[in-house]
Design a protein. Structure first.
Length: 126
């Protein structure tokens, strides 16, 4: 990945909910019209919690210095790793360790939460 790429994802890194605010996930999900939506909900210490409303495929990427945690609220979510895939259903989660090449997919609309370091670049490290 030598040059910067543009990805068709709606990614919002601003913190939507400050401390002591009610985090309204159902309202955000109901208003979402994007096929691949990622919104930072809140920050907890050095990590952020992000909401994903997704359908389709993300590109292959990795994060050299950061783990990622995915937790499914609705739908079916797949995490492709080199050599195999992990399929997640509602109320299931999975950690992708730092440095592991992966791609995420949602064959149908899925709603997930992600927990990761606040400084992570969602599209991956170059």
């Amino acid at each position: 990945m030598a040059e910067a790429q543009s990805y068709p994802y709606a990614t919002y890194l601003d913190i939507r909910y400050p401390p002591l605010a009610l985090v309204d996930v159902p309202d955000l999900v109901a208003s979402c019209t994007d096929r691949w939506y990622n919104q930072t909900l809140c920050q907890v210490n050095d990590s952020v919690v992000r909401l994903g409303v997704m359908q389709g495929e993300y590109h292959w990427h990795k994060h050299d210095n950061n783990d990622e945690f995915f937790f499914v609220l609705e739908g079916r979510f797949l995490i492709d790793l080199e050599g195999h895939s992990v399929e997640l259903h509602p109320r299931q989660g999975f950690v992708v360790p730092k440095g592991v090449l992966h791609r995420t997919r949602a064959p149908e609309r899925a709603v997930i939460l992600m927990v990761e370091n606040a400084g992570i670049v969602p599209t991956g490290d170059a």
